[in-house]
Every structure is written in C-alpha cells, then in structure tokens.
Ligand binder design. Structure first.
Ligand code: ADP
Ligand code: MG
Length: 693
C-alpha cells in the first residue's frame, strides 16, 4: 500500500490542487465567491471547469456527474461523458463553466411532495463550491444542490446550507458582542459515527427480506446473540480487517478523514467514524461513506447492512451525530475550558442549545423519524423517543448553581491512579451516560437518535436552525442592553431556568423516566406517524420561514414525502412477508409434515411407537393452520391500504398493518424452532449473525 499521506485526497480537486493549478486571479475569484456566497462569473467558471477536466482526465476519468442528494436517502448522479464532437467525426474532451455550475436533470422520478403537482417536473442541480469535487469510479463528481423548477429545495444539502447561513448570522452577532471582532464566520462541525452490520453475501442472498428490505422480517432467537458482549471492541476478524483496509484506502483517496474503526456490541456489527468536519462536507462524506461501505463489502463477498434494525432482539445501528460550533479563528464555543464558571460565552452557548432542544423537541424527533428508526428508538439499546439532555456532573452542577444563585462548590474531580506505571489522569465526567439522546460530551453535543441508514442532513439542519433561533433571541436582548455583563448573566439564568426540565442525567431506558418525562410535559413521539405532523405545525413552519430554511410549500412537501416514504416502506415489507410465508415457509412446513407423517405410517406398520412424530405433527399442523389464517389477514389488510391517502394511510399502516405483520412473524418464528433445519427455507439468525468467520 502506498503511504497514507500520498493517497489521502489524491482523487479530490481540493484547495491545494486549485491553488497549484488555477491561474492566481481565478483562484482568488473562486475563493472570494465561496467565502462571501457571491455568484461566480461565467469566465471564472469556464477556467475552473477546464482545469477540473484536465485534472480529472489525467486521473483516468471519462465522465462528469452532478452528484446530489434527493429525498430518497441515497445519492443520485447522472453521468455525461466529457466528449464533444468537432464535426469531422472526431471528438474533443470538453467541460464548460455552465456544465459545472448548473445541471437540469429530470426531476419527475424523485420525491417532491406536493411540489410536482404544482410546478413543472424539471429540476435543477447547482454546484456547491464549498464541497470539493472528487473522482469516483472514473467519474468526476461535482457536489450539487437539487431544486424544483420553482426554486424549492428537493434535497438534503440545500436546507443544510441555508441553516449554516442562519446560525452563522446569529452566532456572529453574539461573538461580536463579546468583542471578538476578528471573527468573520462561525462554523458548525459534525462527526458522525456510522454503525453497520456485515453478513456473508451468499448467506444474505438467500433471504428475500434482507434483499428487498435490508432487515429480517422473520427469524427465531438463536442460542447465542450478544449476551457475552464478546464482540464489542474485540479483535477484528481477518476478513473484516481486509475489508476495513480497503474501505479506508477508498475513503482516504477521496479525502474522507476516516479515523476510528471497531467492533460494536452485536455480533457482526461494526463502527466507522471520521474526524469531524464542517457540516455540509460531513453530510457529503457520510453519504459517500455509506455508498462505499456497500461497494467494498461486495468486493469481499459480504453485504453491508445499514438498516437501523436488521435483527430483532439484537442491538440496532445508529449514527451518533457529534455537533459543535466554533469561530473561524478556531475557538469552540462549546468548550468549557479550565474555568467554566467564568466562561460566559460557553455558558451562553450551552443555554442556547438547552433552550433550542427544549423548544424544538418535536423537530429533533422528526429529523430522525423513519420506518427503520422506529424499531430502534425506544428499543433497549438506543435512546428512547423522548428527547432530553445529559450534561454530566460537572456542567450539571454549574447549571444548577446558575439557576439557584448558590455558589458553586469546588468541583470534585476524582483521580484514577491505576498503577505506578500508568500515568494518572482525571476521569472524564461528561460521558458516562450512553442512554441519553442528546449528551454533552466535553466540547460538543452528541445527538444519538440519528439512524444508521439516514442522511445526517435533517438532524444537522434542524440543530443549526433551532440554535440559530435561540441565539437570535439572545442577541436581540443583549444588543439592546445597557449593562452587557449583567444582561449576559440574566439571559443565561433565564434560559436555564425556563428550560431546566429538558435536562435529565439518569437512565433513559427506565419506565420511571417515561413517567417522569410525562410529568415534566416532555414529548414522547413513539413513531414516525406521531412525529411527522409536527413538520407542518405552525410554530415550526414559522421558524423555518424566519430563518429562510423552508417556505411553507417546502415544509409541506417534506411532510408529505415522509409519510409517503413510510407507507411505501411498510407496504414493501408486508408484501415481502406474504411472499416469504406463502411461497416458502408454508410449503416447507407442509413438506416436513408430509415426511413426518410418512415416517409415522411406516413405523406404525412395524408396530413401533409413533408418539414422537405424532406430537410434533399435531403441534405443527395446528400452527400451520394459524399460519394460513395470518397470511390471509395480512393480505387483506395490505389490500385495504389503497383506500387511504397521506396521514391516514401512514396511520393505517402503523395501526393496522404492522400489528398483523408482527402476528405473522410470531407464528413463523415458532414454526422455525419446530421444523427440521433441513426443511427450513432460509438461513436462520445464528447463521446470519455468525456468517463472517
Ligand atoms: P465515542 O464513540 O466515544 O463517542 P468516537 O471517537 O467514536 O467517540 O467518535 C467521536 C466523534 O466525534 C468523531 O467523529 C470525532 O471527530 C467527533 N468530534 C470530536 N470533537 C468534535 C467537535 N468539537 N465537534 C464535532 N465533532 C467532534
Ligand atoms: Mg464511537
């Protein structure tokens, strides 16, 4: 393998490459345009495009693509070859500034909510010069935003870029008030920790549920799951190690700062985390990471499952989203420093986040709502559906003292002296609670509800926007204040006092917390259908309008898309279950019964005891009859769904179809434990979870 520093970023048209290859004036114009959000002139775009093309051709690229993130959760790209005919039967390699800046893909096959009905189907892609172009499989990929014909955002990137502007604008007001006049931009950063499962490809492909839905819809409990916790941080198997090596190399080539890799708690579960970067780049990088995870796994004859809950009874996968905000001069406003008691800008930022999370619990919950993540939130390993903040002892006590006005007692920090050969260190008091959905972890907040398969775009733009709102309210007060220092203390105290209910340092998995949260008036939105309507709640539509994230049409479109996606997904799952149960499970069980009966008959002729066969046959035959009923009930329920639209339809799937799917599963899983393994049509949980040796 080549040296890491040689391959890192070798397929990225990054700042260093631009500086080296672009004429000085072009480079300066491009920099200025990206830093001040100005439009590029066609002349500058032409020069950049020509050099980008030369650079890409040197690296073997043949095509270019506007790479974008429609609301399907995955990325899209339409490839065009660089070729351009010159009239004599030959071609030249061409790529213009216009082609770089703007694309016009047909938008009609991408989700658009109600927007498509109102406007033309055509869509636009628009170059995002703040995220570098890169080469992927001989194609120069240009990160772009995706709009409808009327300018409405139809992707993950646009609201995120808008939210970065919003939080920048408000946070700048705050830092200026604190006299930090050299700051020009406020930067929000994110580090997403991506969890995933690896299953042997041959084993996986025998399961229609994994092939169609990415999760198992049936499966009896195997003798061993994660009870021994022997997988977490365990030695990585050689086959997985090889996969990770290739994965890292691919990610490094396109400039993704892949840093941490380890086994997770469940068998076959792993995690990859990059070093944090600016939010929109982190979003792009995470989308590419998910794509490359799948591709590289295939090359190693494995399948990478990104679904939030591929296996019942086994930990699901999340994507902890670590978020912070810093000045462009490198000061992280969420860093308490050595004297948090007197670090007012930190306290103000902390209060802003606490207020934001309390006021907009609903939006945070919606930002992670999907049919897949519904299985996880509220399950026993993931945060529950109730949003609360964990601060840890140290910052928790600081907040208490601010609210009560009592003096902060000397913060106790206990030392862990392991042995004389180990250096003494202070234990980190901030991150002992893994059950919290929104935890302060020393210099950032960690939003733990994001699902492994979801785009982090929604979570990021919501966090940016709701924090922008708090900061706007704070800045309004502070700018008008006569005594600034006094006003800062008041604003902090006021916000912490008003929003203290959102702080919870205990165990979020307990029933007591559910009751306590209810007493505190916190929301508990247990499913996507409960959460989705908050997207069009008046206060939230107004918030998005105020900060120029969404027009009302755009908010409504997102709401409709969410419901539509939910209904479609559950429908596919129901149909897959029917197909598997009807065409594979029922016939296999019947075949097993036939052979059992034949055995019994033969034994009876010999005058041998047939009780064993008869007992099993009796039981299985009874269950098989129930199985047929359950299939018919689910079939009927699935057909009826067509009578409904939108919220009613999503609710119907949630209330009527899912319970019937669960009942069908229960019968099938029981039959699995009673049917000879030789007859069972699919590899079971044991085989799936331990398929990668
Ligand atoms: P853990 O599993 O203990 O939470 P990891 O090292 O797996 O820790 O992941 C932590 C993630 O948080 C990494 O992506 C890291 O880059 C990111 N991170 C660290 N500091 C910050 C910060 N100031 N802002 C945003 N993300 C951060
Ligand atoms: Mg981690």
């Amino acid at each position: 393998m080549a040296k890491i520093n040689e391959i890192f970023g070798s397929m990225v048209f990054n700042d260093a490459v631009m500086k080296e290859r672009l004429p000085k004036a072009t480079y300066a114009a491009l920099k200025e345009a990206t830093e001040t959000n100005k439009n590029l002139t066609v002349d500058v775009a032409n020069v950049v495009a020509a050099e980008m093309k030369n650079w890409a051709l040197e690296r073997g690229a043949t095509h270019f693509a506007h790479w974008f993130q429609p609301l399907t959760g995955v990325t899209a790209e339409k490839h065009d070859a660089f070729i351009s005919p010159v009239g004599d039967g030959t071609v030249i390699m061409d790529f213009s500034g216009k082609e770089l800046i703007k694309g016009e893909p047909d938008g009609s096959s991408f989700p658009s909510g109600g927007i498509r009905a109102t406007f033309e189907a055509r869509g636009y892609t628009n170059w995002d010069p703040t995220s570098y172009a890169f080469i992927k499989e001989k194609t120069l990929c240009i990160p772009t935003a995706f709009f409808a014909y009327g300018g409405e955002a139809l992707d993950e990137k646009t609201p995120l870029l808008r939210s970065m502007d919003a939080v920048n604008k408000q946070a700048l007001r705050i830092v200026k008030l604190f006299g930090m006049n050299n700051v020009e931009n406020m930067i929000t950063s994110v580090g997403p920790e991506q969890e995933y499962f690896l299953v042997d490809r041959e084993v996986c492909e025998q399961r229609p549920d994994l092939v169609y839905c990415g999760r198992t819809l049936f499966g009896a409990k195997p003798p061993k799951r994660q009870e021994l916790a022997d997988h977490y941080f365990g030695a990585i198997k050689p086959r997985v190690k090889k996969f990770m090596e290739e994965l890292n190399e691919e990610l490094w080539k396109i400039g993704i700062l892949s840093k941490t890799e380890h086994n997770e708690v469940a068998p076959a579960q792993h995690e990859i985390a990059p070093i944090y970067t600016e939010t929109n780049v982190a979003l792009d990088h995470n989308q590419i990471t998910m794509e490359i995870l799948k591709k590289v796994a295939k090359r190693h004859d494995m399948v990478c499952l990104l679904h939030e809950k591929p296996f019942a009874g086994v930990n699901g996968s999340g994507k902890h989203t670590n978020w912070s905000i810093a000045t462009d001069t490198g000061i992280n406003l969420l860093k308490p420093g050595s004297d948090p008691e007197n670090n007012k800008i930190f306290q103000l930022m902390l209060a802003a986040v606490i207020q934001a999370v309390d006021d907009y619990q609903d939006l945070l919950r919606v930002s992670v709502a999907s049919a897949g993540n519904d299985h996880r939130l509220g399950g026993n390993e993931a945060p529950p559906a109730i949003i609360s903040i964990f601060l840890g002892d140290e910052i928790g006590r600081l907040v208490d003292s601010i609210i009560s006005g009592a003096e902060l007692k000397n913060i106790e920090r206990f030392r862990i002296d392991g042995a004389t050969v180990l250096p003494a260190f202070q234990s980190d008091t901030t991150d002992r609670n893994r059950t919290s959905p929104f935890a302060f972890t020393g210099n950032r907040f960690e939003f733990r509800m994001t699902g492994s398969e979801q785009s982090i775009g929604d979570a990021c733009f919501v966090i940016n926007t709701i924090v922008a709102e708090s900061l706007m309210q704070f800045a309004d007060k502070l700018e008008a204040a006569e005594d600034f220092d006094k006003a800062v203390d008041e604003v902090i105290k006021e916000a912490l006092t008003a929003h203290h209910r959102i702080i919870f340092n205990g165990d979020n998995y307990t029933d007591e917390w559910v009751a306590e949260a209810d007493r505190r008036g916190l929301l508990n939105l247990t499913s996507t259908v409960d959460a989705a309507p908050y997207l069009i709640a008046k206060k939230n539509v107004e918030l998005f309008k105020r900060h120029r994230i969404f027009s009302e049409i755009e908010s409504t479109a997102r709401y409709e898309i969410k419901l539509d996606e939910y209904a479609k997904l559950i429908n596919i799952e129901a149909l897959t279950m029917i197909e598997m149960a009807k065409r594979s499970i029922a016939p296999s069980v019947s075949e097993y019964c036939r052979d059992l009966a034949n055995t019994a008959l033969a034994k009876k002729e010999l005058g041998v005891n047939i009780k064993a066969e008869k007992d099993v046959l009796d039981k299985i035959s009874d269950l098989a009859a129930v199985l047929n009923d359950k299939i018919a009930i689910l079939e009927e329920a699935e057909l009826k769904a067509d009578e409904f639209e939108m919220l009613e339809k999503a609710n119907y799937f949630h209330d009527e179809v899912i319970p019937k799917m669960n009942e069908l599963r229960l019968i099938c899983d029981e039959l699995e434990t009673m049917t000879s393994a030789d007859y069972w049509p699919f590899p079971g949980y044991g085989e799936l979870l331990f398929s990668v040796k």
